[in-house]
Design a protein around this ligand. Structure first.
Ligand SMILES: [Zn+2]
Length: 541
């Protein structure tokens, strides 16, 4: 039917925009070539030309951002279809009929019926389809069949292309893993990093992963902490408020940490098609592991953030990490003897294995003149002390500049420079003294002049020697402090490990005393029974 018989001019209708899988692939390829474009904007231009040509009235524009297979998952299309059902439009404009539906016969029937019953036309750049027209109905049936066939073929072909790219080590997902950037994003967002990874920008591959300047350090820190037996809870505590989570939130969850530790991407692998995502009618996915041998792996895809050995070791630690319940009720004596003090009166807390007939041992302040502190279950104190040990350990280790800091290399270098310059100056002073003698011998200097000059030079020499001594002393004490620092961190690490399960309370008590001076505990009487308490650990250093 020709369009002037259809009386289109001035009639209301809508534009419906949706990308096909082919469009998405084309966009990705263009991106890879460095020529990104926006499919939907192009389509809108094409359809607006039609609107101009037919002089029709656009009432709505629906833009589908998801690439949905079923009507149920395409919210914008549902709105358009409802308006078609309601007879609101004379026409619906799309770049191709297949944008309305595809891949599912039931949906196809539902769409055709809506258009037929309401007498709504489908306007495309190459044809106006009237479902009331028998020829057009047949045409749509044929298109539907063709679309279904072509859809299946495309899906197969595209997934073949994606598997091939993944095998080459390219990242094919929508969002790179936390800790990494795609090359294309590195070039646009962090151009200053290009030199770190390649001679020129062209050598940075758009779809390859590169370490993110901040997030990569966080990932490394997480692995390092896990490998040092730091509890996941403590890692969350440390990261919360310091770094944003992968989704941009504030609070790090334990699942986020374990998820990161389990990902092979961090040892430089690209794994593609490990799970099969089977789409359901409602748009949700059923995730099933793929058959063995079906997943694509590239084990040298990009720069790893952890070594193979570290990654493997972290899996083992993670598997053994249970929620820490330190020595649940095993010990019957005070592991914090001589350390745990009431934060109000300062006296040591008393350990009571059978506090008022209850089963859980508790600590209480038994000072009759101090009635400020609530008693506390000993396990809670143990848990809290463990967290403090872990945090202390991390604070000694987590600083990204720690290499410099822990050895104090920067300041030692400064001292070294200063020492050299003093020694140089001393040498000059020595030669001045010699020269003064020489000048005296050659009678250039009178004895008075000689003494005057010599006194000045000797004073200068004494001052320099004193400075030299004090700097040498500072260097020594600095080195000593570094040495202690170096011992303290491994000591903490071994205590943390042992504290998770120990047999001898006495041994543990002695070990704790090597790093802890005192622990001050506070929970005011006025506080609620289950309110938080505070402990303040005074470290040996
Ligand atoms: Zn007290």
């Amino acid at each position: 039917m020709s369009y002037d018989q259809l009386h289109l001019e001035g009639t209301p209708g809508c534009i419906y925009l949706r990308k096909s899988r082919k469009d998405i692939q084309a966009e990705r390829e263009a991106l890879e070539m460095g020529r990104p474009f926006d499919t939907l904007a192009r389509h809108q231009e094409i359809l607006m030309d039609l609107v101009k040509k037919y002089k029709i009235n656009v009432v709505d524009v629906f833009t589908e951002v998801v690439s949905g297979e079923f009507i149920a998952e395409r919210e914008e299309f549902q709105k358009a279809l409802q308006n078609v059902d309601d007879g609101k439009y004379r026409w619906v404009a799309v770049v191709d009929e297949d944008r309305l539906g595809r891949g599912n016969k039931i949906d196809q029937g539902r769409i055709e019926k809506a258009f037929k019953d309401s007498g709504t036309l489908i306007v495309t750049p190459h044809k106006i389809v009237d479902m009331d027209d028998e020829a057009d109905e047949l045409y749509m049936d044929y298109k539907g069949m063709g679309a279904r066939y072509e859809y299946k073929q495309t899906k197969k072909r595209l997934s073949g292309g994606r598997r091939k790219s993944a095998a080459e080590g390219k990242f094919m997902g929508a969002r790179p893993n936390y800790g990494y950037l795609r090359g294309i994003d590195l070039k646009t967002e962090y151009p200053e990093l290009i030199k770190t990874y390649a001679d020129k920008a062209a050598d940075i591959e758009n779809l390859r992963l590169y370490p993110h300047p901040i997030e990569a350090d966080v990932v490394k820190l997480i692995y390092r902490s896990v490998l040092n037996n730091i509890g996941i809870r403590t890692i969350c505590k440390m990261l919360t408020g310091t770094y944003l989570t992968p989704s941009g939130g504030k609070n790090w969850a334990r699942s986020t940490i374990t998820h990161i530790v389990k990902k092979k991407v961090y040892k430089g692998w690209i794994v593609f098609g490990e799970n099969k995502h089977i789409k359901q009618e409602d748009g949700s996915y059923l995730v099933k592991p793929a058959k063995p041998g079906q997943a694509i792996q590239n084990q040298k895809a990009h720069i790893p953030l952890v070594s193979d050995e570290e990654w493997e070791a972290a899996q083992k630690v993670l598997a053994g990490h249970t929620t820490v319940s330190v020595n649940s009720g095993k010990q019957l004596s005070n592991v914090f003897a001589g350390m745990l003090r009431c934060g109000f009166c300062g006296l040591t807390m008393t350990y009571q294995p059978r506090y008022k007939g209850t089963r859980a041992p508790r600590y209480t302040c038994t000072n009759p003149h101090c009635k400020e502190n609530r008693s506390i279950v000993s396990e809670k104190i143990e848990q809290s002390v463990l967290e403090n040990l872990e945090l202390k350990y991390l604070s000694l280790n987590s600083d990204p500049n720690k290499e410099k800091k822990s050895t104090g290399k920067g300041s030692i270098d400064l001292f070294d420079n200063k020492l050299t310059s003093i020694k140089d100056e001393l040498a000059v002073v020595e030669s001045q003294l010699n020269e003064q003698f020489d000048l005296l011998e050659r009678k250039v200097y009178t004895i008075e002049l000689f003494m005057q000059r010599q006194n000045a030079t000797m004073e200068r020499k004494a001052a320099l020697e004193q400075e030299l001594q004090s700097i040498q002393g500072a260097v020594e004490s600095r080195k000593e402090k570094d040495r202690l620092n170096h011992q303290f961190a491994p000591l903490l690490a071994s205590i943390i490990q042992k504290f998770r399960s120990y047999d001898s309370v006495e041994d543990m008590n002695l070990l704790l005393k090597t790093v802890i001076d005192e622990i001050h505990y506070i929970k005011p009487r006025s506080a609620q029974l289950h309110a938080d308490f505070t402990i303040d650990v005074v470290w040996k250093q």
